[in-house]
Ligand binder design. Structure first.
Ligand code: 5GP
Ligand code: MN
Ligand code: MN
Length: 331
């Protein structure tokens, strides 16, 4: 499978590389690293992501090459879609990306729909960046410091700094190799975790204050609204990672972060657009829960989007707590 993909990449002349909306470190790292891979093969490369790149990832080498506009998709012979469980995760341009003659799906989500003509999907990979590194090794390519920084950052952020259940031996082995290629771990950590705006810290305060717990104590809900973003002068990207606080609470097995999105349905309607992030302590499969709402993800970290009023959405999420008990176990 990897062989066929390498063969195809070697013959590709013009490739579009895309990753998921509201990108995390893995979506951005895999996009940048794969861009370097294809360019070293002499392919013309365009990097696409519909969202703005969060400030904490703007230190990555060549990050400015990622474009928010998809221009002339007809001119590409290949699309490489990275860190997306399904094609719609690319965003509004998903259909036009999917119409590029050959779509290569490189991902690690358990809910991956196997879209595209070629798939390189490994649900046991800690990050899409792990799969990219394996591809680089199979091709015998050199890893320069720019690629190493992208891959290291992807693995660091997707494993929650080597704390989440996807943290495997390979995560450490690859990161060790990336440090050997010139990555400075403290510098990456300072950019990713140590450069928060004051507004982001104030948003954290409001978000912590919003935490509620279900009657049985197994489910926590944290809420961030448009008013909170406005009050603190922050944006959606500043909500990244907040859910980890809701998950840390003793006895909590599932944490939900309700994130009100921009462009609510319309002003007369009490319904709004929300993204719900779910995290579990490892005993509940939240990818299954998210799939039930049209989303997806990993067993321990998943999400979905929904139009609803806030009280109705909370009622739905509280309803999930009935299915969570002391006896929950995931193998
Ligand atoms: P987050 O809650 O941080 O947005 O996402 C957690 C995980 O679930 C990530 O790996 C993310 O890619 C995935 N995810 C989040 N929202 C969706 C969604 O709507 N659909 C799918 N397929 N995956 C999602
Ligand atoms: Mn991701
Ligand atoms: Mn990922």
């Amino acid at each position: 499978m990897m062989k066929n993909i390498i063969q195809h990449l070697k013959n590709s002349r013009r490739a579009l590389l895309a990753s998921h909306v509201n990108p995390d470190g893995d979506a951005i790292g895999s996009l940048l690293a794969m861009g370097i891979v294809l360019e070293s093969l002499g392919c013309e490369v365009n990097l696409y992501n519909e969202s703005s790149i969060p400030a904490v990832y703007r230190f990555l080498p060549s990050v400015d090459r990622i474009q928010k506009q998809l221009c002339d998709p007809e001119r590409f012979d290949t699309a490489v879609v990275l860190d997306c469980g399904d094609l719609s995760r690319v965003g509004v341009e998903a259909k036009r990306v999917g119409a590029i003659p050959v779509v290569i799906n490189i991902d690690h989500h358990i809910t991956n729909t196997r879209f595209g003509q070629h798939q390189l999907v490994d649900v046991n990979a800690c990050a899409t960046c792990e799969i990219i590194y394996r591809l680089v090794q199979a091709m015998g390519l050199d890893v320069d410091t720019a690629m190493a920084t992208a891959i290291y950052t992807g693995i660091l952020s997707d494993t929650g700094s080597f704390r989440f259940s996807n943290t495997n031996r390979t995560a450490f082995a690859i990161c060790e190799a990336m440090v050997a290629r010139g990555v400075d771990p403290s510098s990456v950590a300072r950019h990713v975790y140590g450069t928060y705006s004051l507004g982001r810290i104030k948003l954290l305060n409001l978000a912590l204050d919003s935490i509620e717990i279900s009657n049985n104590g197994y489910l926590s809900i944290m809420t961030v609204t448009r008013e909170m973003f406005a009050e603190t002068g922050t944006q959606s990207e500043d909500a990244d990672g907040l859910i980890n606080y809701a998950r840390r609470i003793q006895d909590v097995k599932v944490a939900a972060l309700i994130h009100e999105l921009e462009n609510g349905v319309n002003s007369q309607d009490s319904r709004k657009r929300f993204h719900v992030s779910l995290r579990s302590d490892g005993s509940v499969d939240v990818a299954r829960i998210a799939s039930g709402f049209g989303g997806g993800g990993h067993a321990g970290a998943a999400g979905f989007s929904m139009e609803s009023s806030l009280p109705e959405l909370k009622r739905i999420i509280y309803g999930l707590s009935d299915g969570i008990s002391e006896k929950c176990h995931l193998n």
